[in-house]
Design a binder for this molecule. Structure first.
Ligand SMILES: [Zn+2]
Length: 478
C-alpha cells in the first residue's frame, strides 16, 4: 500500500519540514511514501487548467508571453481526442493535435495560409515507435526537411533528409545524415565529450517506491527514501524548487513553438512518470534521461522512464532549472541532440531560452539566437532581425530584384573586353536574417557589395569590377 500527503507551502519551509511531512504521512503503513507539494504558483495552476481541458474536453483561452492569445479547444472525434489551437480571433486552427492510444498526429498552419507548414506523426510499426517530422521552414508550401526517428527505448536511429532537385529530374528527399545510438541523452558540461564510455544511468536508484512531486506536475517524481541513488533531503528541496519553475517554462515553449509545447503537454498528460534520481556518477555529465516521448507500449516493454542527475548538477541551483527543462525535452518531446551541434540544437536552445534566457551551458551566450533556434517559423521574427552579408551564386536574381533600385548593372557583370560583359558567377550581397542566421524567406537580398567570381574558364575574363555598397535598407532594424 502507498500513502501520500499534500503539503502546502512546504517548499518555503525547506527540506526538514518536507521530510517531517513524510514521517507523519507514512503512519507505519508498509510500502512507498509519497510527498506531494503544492508550490502554489500561478503558472502551475494555469498549466493544470490547460491540461484538464486538453484531456477532458472543453475550451480555454491562454495568453502567451508576448501578449498574444491562443484559444484551445478539445473534443472527441470517435475514439480520438482532437485538440486545436486558434491564434487570437482566427477561425482557422494554427495547430491541430490528434491522439488515439499511443498514436499521435500534429499538424500546423503557422501563418494561417491554409497550407500545412508542419506535420508530426507518431506511430508504432511492429512494436517500434516511428516518429516523423515534416517542416516547411520557409513557408513556401513544400516540406523541405524530413526527420524520421525509429525506436525510442533501447536504441534510436535518426534519419535526416532534405528536399532537393534530383538528378533524373523532379524533386525528392535526399538523406543528409543517419545516426544510431542508445536512447539515453546526457547533458554534458562545457568541453566534455558525449562519447565517454561512462554509463550515465549507473547509480540510478533501484527502489522507486518513495517519491516527492509537485501537485502541478504529478508525473515528475523525485526519488527519495534514502536508498543508494535516491535524492537526499537537500537535493530533493533543490529539485522541487527548480521544478516549480517548469510550468512557466512550458508556457514559454508553447508561446515560441506550439508543437514542442504540445509534445510536452501530452507527456504531462500521458500518465507516465519520469523518475528523477540523484545517482549519476559520470564526470562531466550533469544529467542523463531516457528519451521519450512516454508511451504505454514502451513503458510496458522497458520499464519506468528515468532521469539520473549528478550530485554536481544538483548543487548548481542556478542552472538546475535549465538542466531539468533540458532533460524534460528529451523525455517529453523525445528529441535527441543533433549531430555535432555544439550545443545549438533545439534542446539546448529551448532549454536556455525558456530558462530566463540563460547563457549557460555548451553553445550558450546568444539569447536572441537561442530564441530563433527554439521558435517555429512564425515566431522567429519576434526574437529580432540582423543584417548579414553572404555570397549569392549567380547575380541574376539580385539583378532582377534590384532593377531600378540604384545598382549600376555593370557592377553585376564581369568585363570580357571593352564594351563586352558577362554575368557575374557569384556576388557578395546583404540580406536580413533571423537571429539564428537563417535568411528571412522570400525577402531576398537588399544590398549589393561586389562581384566575387567571374567565369574565367569559358569567357577568359581576368578582372571584375567592384561596386560601392548600397545604403542598407533599415526597415527591419530593431
Ligand atoms: Zn541533452
Amino acid at each position: 500500500m502507498q500513502t501520500s500527503v499534500v503539503a502546502r507551502g512546504v517548499l518555503l519551509l525547506g527540506a526538514c519540514a518536507l521530510f517531517g511531512c513524510q514521517e507523519t504521512s507514512n503512519g507505519g503503513v508498509p510500502g512507498g511514501r509519497h510527498v506531494i507539494v503544492d508550490a502554489g504558483t500561478e503558472a502551475g495552476a494555469r498549466l493544470r487548467a490547460v491540461l484538464d481541458v486538453e484531456r477532458n474536453g472543453g475550451e480555454i483561452i491562454v495568453q502567451n508571453l508576448d501578449g498574444t492569445k491562443v484559444r484551445i479547444v478539445s473534443r472527441l472525434e470517435g475514439t480520438a481526442r482532437v485538440v486545436q489551437h486558434f491564434n487570437g480571433t482566427m477561425n482557422r486552427p494554427a495547430l491541430t493535435a490528434r491522439y488515439e492510444g499511443d498514436e499521435v498526429t500534429h499538424w500546423g498552419d503557422f501563418n494561417e495560409d491554409t497550407r500545412v507548414d508542419y506535420q508530426y506523426v507518431r506511430r508504432f510499426d511492429g512494436g517500434v515507435m516511428v516518429q516523423t517530422w515534416l517542416e516547411d521552414k520557409d513557408l513556401n508550401g513544400e516540406f523541405e526537411i524530413r526527420r524520421t526517428q525509429i525506436g525510442s527505448r533501447g536504441t534510436v536511429k535518426v534519419v535526416r533528409e532534405r528536399m532537393q532537385d534530383l538528378e533524373g529530374g523532379g524533386r525528392g528527399y535526399v538523406v543528409e545524415s543517419v545516426e544510431e545510438g542508445p536512447a539515453v541523452e546526457e547533458e554534458r558540461d562545457e568541453g566534455m565529450s558525449t562519447l565517454a564510455t561512462c554509463d550515465s544511468m549507473a547509480g540510478f536508484p533501484e527502489d522507486l517506491g518513495s517519491t516527492a512531486s509537485l501537485v502541478d506536475l504529478p508525473n515528475l517524481q523525485v526519488v527519495i527514501g534514502g536508498a543508494p541513488g535516491a535524492c537526499n533531503s537537500e537535493q530533493t528541496s533543490r529539485i522541487l524548487e527548480a521544478l516549480k519553475q517548469i510550468p512557466a517554462r512550458i508556457e514559454c515553449l508553447s508561446g515560441s513553438n506550439k508543437d514542442l509545447g504540445q509534445l510536452m503537454k501530452s507527456a504531462f498528460s500521458s500518465g507516465h512518470d519520469l523518475f528523477i534520481g540523484c545517482g549519476g556518477q559520470c564526470p562531466g555529465t550533469r544529467a542523463a534521461t531516457d528519451v521519450g516521448p512516454p508511451s504505454d507500449f514502451d513503458a510496458a516493454l522497458s520499464g519506468p522512464y528515468r532521469s539520473n542527475l549528478n550530485a554536481r548538477g544538483v548543487e548548481n541551483a542556478e542552472g538546475l532549472d535549465r538542466t531539468l527543462l533540458h532533460e524534460l525535452l528529451h523525455w517529453g518531446a523525445g528529441i535527441r541532440h543533433g549531430p555535432g551541434d555544439g550545443g545549438t540544437d533545439t534542446v539546448w536552445s529551448c532549454a536556455r531560452f525558456c530558462s530566463r534566457c540563460s547563457t549557460d551551458g555548451v553553445g550558450g551566450g546568444f539569447p536572441a539566437a537561442d530564441c530563433a533556434r527554439c521558435s517555429s517559423p512564425d515566431k522567429k521574427g519576434s526574437c529580432g532581425v540582423q543584417f548579414v552579408e553572404h555570397t549569392l551564386e549567380g547575380c541574376e536574381h539580385f539583378a532582377a530584384q534590384s532593377r531600378g533600385r540604384g545598382v549600376d548593372p555593370n557592377y553585376l557583370h564581369c568585363i570580357v573586353s571593352e564594351g563586352v560583359a558577362s554575368t557575374c558567377r557569384a556576388c557578395r550581397v546583404g540580406s536580413y536574417a533571423y537571429c539564428d542566421g537563417g535568411l528571412i524567406p522570400r525577402e531576398g537580398p537588399v544590398a549589393f557589395r561586389c562581384c566575387t567570381r567571374c567565369d574565367e574558364g569559358r569567357l577568359g575574363v581576368t578582372q571584375f569590377r567592384g561596386s560601392p555598397a548600397l545604403r542598407v535598407d533599415r526597415r527591419f532594424r530593431r
